[in-house]
Design a protein around this ligand. Structure first.
Ligand code: 4NP
Length: 151
């Protein structure tokens, strides 16, 4: 089974949304994909997603309220086939833990799936308003649609 990990900084805003969207699409397409998410930082370990992410997902019929934050660890390179990071800072943090080119090759900026080679970031919506979450949702929806048809 293909295993996909979504990674952001806190694992409470962007990556739980990405996890929920991709899992939902896998279910809709009757594909057995394992999806998880993690943060490069440990600030929010054990916490539920940000209420604004939970609300945004719910608006689109996706429940992410059961997810809990966890920190990315080097063993995630063993467990997952694809590691999608939200921004270039996440990319650097994850790559710095890679032990080999095999590990490094698993890591990709998630928006490069729809804008190849452009190295665009999914902006961190944590300190902004609600509209930031809609923007993030749309980007992740488009990227996950691409991912589900590629893997
Ligand atoms: P995320 O957003 O990386 O999308 O989960 C953030 C959540 C919390 C913090 C930063 C980003 N923080 O600094 O606590």
């Amino acid at each position: 089974m293909t295993k996909v990990l979504m990674v952001c900084l806190g694992n409470i805003c962007r990556s739980p949304l990405a996890e929920g969207i991709l899992r939902h699409k896998a279910e809709q397409n009757k594909l057995s994909i394992e999806v998880d998410s993690a943060g490069t930082a440990g600030y929010h370990v054990g916490e539920m997603p940000d209420p604004r992410s939970v609300k945004k997902a719910k608006e689109y019929g996706i429940d992410i309220s059961m997810l809990r934050g966890r920190q990315f660890t080097v063993s995630d390179f063993n467990c997952f086939d694809y590691i999608y990071v939200m921004d270039q800072s996440n990319y650097r943090d994850v790559i710095s833990l890679a032990r080999s080119n095999h590990d490094k090759n698993k890591v990709e900026l998630i928006l490069n799936t729809i804008y190849p080679g452009k190295n665009k970031n999914v902006p961190d919506p944590y300190y902004g308003g609600e509209s930031g979450f809609e923007n993030v949702y749309r980007m992740l929806e488009e990227a996950c649609e691409k991912i589900i048809h590629t893997i």
